[in-house]
Ligand binder design. Structure first.
Ligand code: NBG
Length: 841
């Protein structure tokens, strides 16, 4: 590795390079130094926010020392690297995670106590890094944690949005969106003003033959926007590896700042240009599983892909290797189709800028990329209009057409008489206007395509990508079932459970090898252990009840059965089925005698999740939940038997409180619609039961933990199509129990009945696309089974422990190893020596 410092001066560097704190005193000294100097505060005006900031800066320093060493080690090893391109990284808070991963949380806890603070209060000061919508963005964050923990040389590339996902408030039962400006104080990022890339937009393509007779293509004029890198350290758990997440921020290119305008006195319009450039990375699009084809979104995508690709190519070129070795050094994973332009950009770099032949370049491209599909929902599959791309990225459109031409020619050779097939697999949809099908481009430009759970991976092969299986054969398509990091979702969110498990199986090794949880199974009959297990669940419920008390202002009984559904609000996820079930229960309670009521299991139904601001039906569902809560919660006939809670602003840090507190959680999507789901895994790992459909990863969870430990209901995915057809053409009737629920709503029981009309007519008149009526009976019956099962607490705890013991498969470490072996072809770096050095010093 090159260094600008002459050999004989390096000793001084080594002597003074910081080592990082390890003891309580050293931590306090670092934290106080930051509070008094970096933050210019003192012991007379240090509030919790300042104490958080000082603590975070102390840990940041510590991380960056390991970050630097990791980067040196990885450059030195000169192995293949993985680049994970994702428009979303839903990281949540960083401090607690950093303390636990570095192994110094207790040191910080004692140090903070010395300085007059409780560590919990300090942790709670941090603003979530909410650069994502839901499961897709959180998966990327879990993957980064696993890649660092397993010592892979892997970088994340994303956008540094100024505004993350909006904050949700509920006013009068309605969702209101508040901008999430989160960068006021962010100690976890390092601006790299020396690392920037100029990204071009618009303009035109000039093709000519040069003096040597070579065809030259150049993309000219247009507008330049500069991408500046911001690096976020990603620490692994119990390892010296600290990987990098590089986020790009946009600003007007300094070269392009319109000095002519500026000098002629048009200061304001020059500044306006500057602001227009900054708009690119300003805001995260708040849609989950929905694409809207907005030009600014396409600009974001290209800006981020181009900056990342140029950065990767620059790093590769430093190695002075031949281009043919590119894919031995570089693997790039596309998280959904959002980064598909990276395929086109790499082809452009190789052909137009580096002068490689088309075929040679294309071989490199296709052996570099892998593509992960996260949905089969048609409204979420990305398509961009040809005129839009033509205008914004004229050269890229030409390349897309060329890729398509070559692909279609190869298909035609193999299937000479099948003209329909050509139309079906073409990247270009022959609509008005023509559209570019991004998923097809991603498949054609990658060597592997994977789904995220077994059912989902089968479905993409038999439905949306069926023709590509015919063209490429089945081996190009594979499955990597999603997973979650047990560090955040068990150890950090549920420290007492983690500690109990460690005490039973002898160490915390299970956090690195989650299959070790199976050592818990022999203890399912251990009375003392079961008692502690149940006590921890109860304590977690008390904590959630306190959270409800402080945020909502009313109390719920922690002894009640906590039934939780938290996730983005979407018709396919069927929060409406849940709330209709709650109304059904409410009506049943109202009609019961006092004696009958005594036999009931009290329940708290908790909902949480954001609706996309433009998704009117999802907002109506939120409204109904809140209105039902207002009525039910103050009904004296009901009392403690039923409470309905809508928790505002569900996010990662709230999930850490909610997930450990469930008795039952709901994963009830229409079969075949939820690609995987990942919160299902989080809830089970924390000892909760689930009620779910045979969809996404629920199926594999069932296989692992056993059918007797999960509450399944509803129609199967293979029957969905016929049922939908029957709704329109058969003698279809809405379930009579559901009709009673609708009548109750229509009577105005929950206020303005007109407000919920569309929700009802979607089912009664417009074909019930999500099969709410078809599944209603089996849903309610299964809820009754749950009540019965809950009455036998001993058997319930047995189920809980058994399930946790069998959850080893769902660690994101397993996912990352599978991706590494079957798609990326990369090996982890050996850090044994580094660990030893650290142990000695
Ligand atoms: C989501 C799916 C989830 C899945 C996550 C992560 C998109 C497009 N898809 O079921 O809906 O768990 O991806 O794979 O956000």
């Amino acid at each position: 590795v090159e260094s600008s410092i002459p050999e004989h001066m390096r000793e001084a560097w080594k002597k003074f390079s910081p080592k990082g704190f390890t003891t309580k005193d050293e931590f306090e000294s670092e934290a106080v130094k930051h509070i008094e100097t970096t933050l210019a505060r003192s012991l007379f005006n240090c509030d919790e926010l300042a104490a958080y900031s000082g603590t975070a800066l102390a840990f940041r320093d510590r991380l960056i020392i390991d970050w630097n060493k990791t980067q040196q080690r990885q450059s030195f090893a000169d192995q293949k690297r993985l680049y994970y391109l994702s428009l979303e990284f839903l990281m949540g808070r960083a401090l607690d995670n950093a303390m636990l991963n570095v192994g110094l949380k207790n040191v910080a806890k004692d140090g903070l106590a010395d300085l007059g603070f409780r560590i919990e209060d300090i942790i709670a000061q941090e603003h979530d890094a909410a650069l994502g919508n839901g499961g897709l963005g959180r998966l990327a964050a879990c993957f980064l944690d696993s890649m660092a923990t397993l010592n892979y040389a892997a970088w994340g590339y994303g956008l540094r949005y100024r505004y993350g996902i909006f904050k949700q408030e509920i006013q009068d039962g309605y969702q209101v969106e508040i901008p999430d400006y989160w960068l006021d104080f962010n100690p976890w990022e390092f601006p790299r003003h020396d690392v920037s890339v100029d990204v071009q937009f618009y303009g035109w393509v000039n093709k000519y033959t040069n003096d040597e007779g070579k065809q030259i293509v150049s993309w000219q004029d247009g507008e330049i926007v500069t991408a500046t890198a911001y690096d976020v350290p990603v620490p692994g758990y119990g390892t010296p590896t600290v990987n990098n997440l590089r986020l790009w921020s946009s600003k007007a290119s300094s070269g392009e700042f319109d000095f002519a305008k500026f000098n002629s006195g048009e200061y304001e319009s020059a500044v306006a240009d500057e602001q227009r450039a900054e708009t690119i990375s300003a805001v995260l699009y708040p849609n989950d599983n929905l694409e809207r084809g907005k030009e600014l979104r396409l600009k974001q995508q290209y800006f981020w892909c181009a900056a990342s690709l140029h950065d990767i190519v620059r790093r590769f070129k430093k190695s002075k290797r031949k281009w043919s070795e590119f894919s031995d050094q570089v693997a790039i994973q596309l998280n959904d189709t959002h980064p598909t332009l990276a395929i086109v950009e790499l082809q452009r770099i190789l052909v137009d800028m580096e002068g490689l032949g088309w075929d040679e370049a294309w071989t490199i491209v296709t052996s570099t990329f892998g593509y992960t599909n996260h949905t089969v929902l048609p409204e979420a599959l990305e398509k961009w209009s040809v005129p839009l791309i033509q205008n914004l990225l004229p050269r890229h459109l030409q390349i897309i057409y060329e890729i398509n031409l070559q692909f279609l020619q190869s298909v035609e050779k193999r299937f000479p008489k099948d003209r329909d097939l050509l139309g079906r697999v073409s990247i270009i949809e022959e609509s008005q206007p023509k559209m570019v099908r991004m998923a097809y481009l991603a498949i054609i430009g990658s060597h592997k395509v994977n789904g995220v759970a077994e059912l989902h991976s089968d479905l993409i092969k038999t439905t949306i990508f069926k023709d590509f299986v015919k063209v490429y054969g089945p081996d190009k398509f594979t499955n990597v079932t999603n997973g979650i990091t047990p560090r955040r979702w068990l150890h950090q969110a549920n420290p007492r459970l983690s500690e109990l498990i460690a005490s039973k199986i002898g160490s915390y090794e299970f956090l690195k090898d989650l299959t070790l949880l199976n050592k818990l199974e022999p203890f399912v009959d251990d009375k003392e252990f079961k008692k502690e297990w149940a006590e921890i669940k109860y304590a977690n419920k008390v904590r959630l009840a306190q959270h409800i008390q402080t945020t909502k202002g009313y109390s719920v009984n922690p002894k009640a059965l906590f039934d939780i559904q938290v996730k983005r609000i979407h018709e396919y996820k069927r929060q409406q089925l849940n709330i209709f079930g709650v109304i059904h229960r409410y009506m049943a309670i109202k009609s019961m005698s006092p004696e009958e009521r005594k036999k009931l299991v009290p329940r708290v139904s908790v909902f949480g999740g954001k609706a996309a601001p433009g998704y009117w039906m999802a907002k109506t569902i939120i409204h109904l939940i809140n209105k039902v809560g207002e009525v039910v919660n103050k009904d004296p006939d009901v009392g403690d038997l039923l409470k309905v809670v809508f928790l505002e602003d569900y996010n990662v840090s709230k999930a850490e409180i909610i997930v450990p507190a469930s008795d039952i959680s709901e994963h009830i999507s229409t079969a075949g619609t939820e690609a995987s789901g990942t919160s299902n895994m989080k809830f089970v790992l924390n000892g909760g039961m689930i009620i779910g459909t045979l969809d996404g990863a629920n199926i594999e969870i069932t296989r692992e933990i056993g059918e007797q430990n999960i509450f399944l209901f509803g129609n199967l995915s293979e029957d969905v199509e016929d049922l939908r057809h029957h709704h329109f053409y058969g003698d279809y009737k809405v379930n009579p129990e559901l009709v009673k629920v609708f009548d109750c709503i229509k009577k105005g029981t929950f206020g303005d009945e007109g407000a919920f009309g569309a929700l009802i007519s979607g089912i009664v008149e417009h074909g019930d696309y999500y099969l709410v009526s078809d599944d209603f009976n089996s849903y309610c019956q299964t809820q009754d089974l749950i009540d019965e099962a809950y009455k036998d607490q001993d058997a319930w705890v047995t189920k809980s422990i058994t399930s946790v013991a069998r959850m080893g498969f769902f660690t994101s470490d397993r996912c990352i190893n599978e991706y590494a072996d079957t798609i990326w072809n990369i090996e982890p770096l050996d850090v044994a020596e580094e660990k030893e050095v650290r142990a000695r010093t």
